[in-house]
Design a protein around this ligand. Structure first.
Ligand code: CA
Ligand code: CA
Length: 154
C-alpha cells in the first residue's frame, strides 16, 4: 500500500524537530509505549533487514507501541546523525498497520529501489482511521510521529 509522499508532510516535520534535540530511546516493548512527552514519545520502528533483488527493495521492520492502534510506517534513505539515527532525506514508501493487543506489528514492505550501501531509516505515526465524508472509504488521521529509527545499511 503506497500513499502520496506529500500527504503526511506535517507530521514528518514534527518528527524532524524532535530528532534535532537527540533521540529518545524506545521504552520496553512490554510498556506499550506508555511514556508521554513531545509527540507522545512515539516509539520508532526497528529495521531488521533490507533486501534488494531483481530491482525491488523490501524492508523488514518491527514496531512495538500502543496496542490495537493504526500506524503509518514511512521509509526513507539519506544521512545518519551522530547517534546513528536517520535523517530521512529521500522518501522511499510507506505502509499502514494495526498493532495487536500486545502492541506489536511487523511487516515486509516493498519500497522504491534503493542502492546497496544506502542508509535506510523509518518513522512511525500513530493515528486513527476515520470514515470519509460521503461514506466512501477510510482516511488515516495522524497524531504523533516518532523520531527516525536507527539507520540500517541496505
Ligand atoms: Ca509514548
Ligand atoms: Ca516511547
Amino acid at each position: 500500500m503506497r500513499s502520496s509522499p506529500t500527504q503526511f508532510t506535517t507530521t514528518t516535520a514534527s518528527g524532524l524537530t524532535s530528532a534535532a534535540t537527540g533521540v529518545t530511546p524506545n521504552d520496553a516493548a512490554t510498556a506499550l509505549d506508555a511514556d508521554t512527552g513531545a509527540n507522545n514519545l512515539q516509539n520508532f520502528p526497528v529495521i531488521a533487514r533490507v533486501t534488494t533483488s531483481g530491482g525491488q527493495t523490501t524492508i523488514d521492520w518491527t514496531l512495538d507501541s500502543l496496542p490495537s492502534r493504526s500506524f503509518q510506517i514511512e521509509f526513507f534513505s539519506g544521512g545518519c546523525d551522530g547517534s546513528g539515527h536517520g535523517e530521512g532525506e529521500t522518501y522511499l514508501g510507506s505502509t499502514r498497520v494495526i498493532t495487536g493487543a500486545d502492541g506489536h506489528a511487523d511487516g515486509s514492505t516493498l519500497v522504491a529501489t534503493t542502492a546497496t550501501g544506502a542508509m535506510v531509516t523509518a518513522s512511525a505515526t500513530s493515528g486513527v482511521l476515520v470514515l470519509n465524508s460521503g461514506g466512501y472509504g477510510l482516511s488515516f488521521r495522524p497524531d504523533s510521529t516518532s523520531e527516525f529509527s536507527a539507520c540500517f545499511k541496505a
